[in-house]
Design a protein around this ligand. Structure first.
Ligand code: 13P
Length: 335
């Protein structure tokens, strides 16, 4: 087994998943503003360190995605990456520099960050990162995602993935099709399938080792303002269809983003995906909001209540890990 493949398996095996704590300072400021906490480097570290020192890190979390600020922070004499390693999880790093307007299709985005990436990756490796993340983002409408958005973002994702593997790390490849819009689940299925297919075509052209990649896709859902309502069985069915038809078998790990679903929806849907999954893919989570939302809300009421905040986070992480094994039940949420 290659080194990269063993990192993937360590992150996604036995129901473990990924804590996406890599919000940029801009996004984290929005999250903190929403609960009336001021967005200082100290507060951002305090909240994140509360999560990283929670009991469930050991049993549930296989990898943590960090932002540039956090990977360079320390608590006492312990750097954040070494603190994460002590829990048994692997530290990772978001390396894209964000989505900017695409010059050839101005309502769409292209993710930037390739310039100087080879050098930045060397620095992150030295700091302890063993995997990385890059998010390409697409919106759905009648004419989007356009061919140019799909082609440029897939190309960038593959260039990123190739550089990350050269640096000895596992790339998380995240082509996110947003939930925003009035489209139905069939459209989400068609557009997401097109995006994922093209992404793998580029990864293969650029000789990326697929056994050393984690795919981070969206689930197949109706748009947030669609009138269509479908249950978790249908969501699981469509999501599995999309992935089984478009992801090459060599890919060892698939870790979903939560994308704006509530904590319970993201848990219930992941659970159903695992109940119905009879492919060889491991299907787990790489959640940001669906792991942190309740903990952040609780913490914002008293920033020194570390124990209480950890209890809230532990519950969510435990539920999500049960879902990654297809063992979650709604009744367990009451505890
Ligand atoms: P959400 O789970 O909140 O969508 O965040 C995951 C992520 O890392 C998006 O890039």
């Amino acid at each position: 087994m290659s080194e990269l493949n063993s990192i993937v398996l360590k992150i996604v095996s036995s129901g473990k998943g990924i804590l996406a704590a890599d919000e940029s300072n801009g996004t984290m400021t929005k999250r903190l503003d929403s609960v009336n906490v001021s967005s200082t480097p100290e507060n951002r570290l305090k909240f994140r360190n509360t999560l990283f020192t929670s009991e469930s890190m050991k049993s549930c979390i296989g990898g943590v995605i960090l932002f540039d600020e956090t990977i360079k922070q320390s608590v006492g004499s312990n750097s954040i990456p070494s603190l994460i390693l002590e829990t048994g999880a692997i530290p990772g790093i978001k390396v894209d520099t964000g989505a900017k307007t695409l010059s050839s299709s101005k309502e769409e985005k292209i993710t930037e960050g390739l310039d100087g990436l080879r050098e930045r990756l060397k620095e992150y490796y030295k700091l302890g990162a063993r995997f990385a993340k890059w998010r390409g983002v697409y919106n759905i409408s009648e004419s989007y995602p356009s061919k140019v958005a799909i082609s440029t973002n897939s190309h960038a994702l593959a260039r990123y993935a190739s550089l990350v593997q050269e640096a000895g790390m596992v790339p998380i490849v995240e082509p996110e099709v947003l939930m925003d819009g009035s489209h139905n689940s069939k459209t989400c299925l068609d557009k997401t399938s097109e995006v994922i297919k093209k992404c793998f075509e580029e990864l293969i052209i650029q000789k990326v080792d697929l056994k050393g990649v984690i795919l981070k896709p969206n689930m197949i859902l109706p748009g947030t303002t669609s009138e269509e309502k479908i249950n978790s069985e249908k969501i699981a069915e469509l999501t599995l269809k999309c992935l089984i038809e478009n992801v090459p078998n060599e890919v060892a790990g698939i870790a979903f983003l939560s994308g704006g679903q509530s904590e319970i929806e993201a848990t219930e849907n992941l659970n159903m995906i695992n109940i119905k999954n009879n492919s060889s893919f491991k299907m787990t989570y790489s959640y940001g909001r669906a792991l942190q939302q309740s903990a952040l809300k609780y913490w914002s009421k008293n920033l020194d209540d570390i124990e209480g905040t950890q209890k809230v986070f532990n519950h969510r992480a435990n539920m999500t890990t049960l879902a990654a094994k297809g063992e979650w039940k709604k009744e367990l949420e009451k505890n």
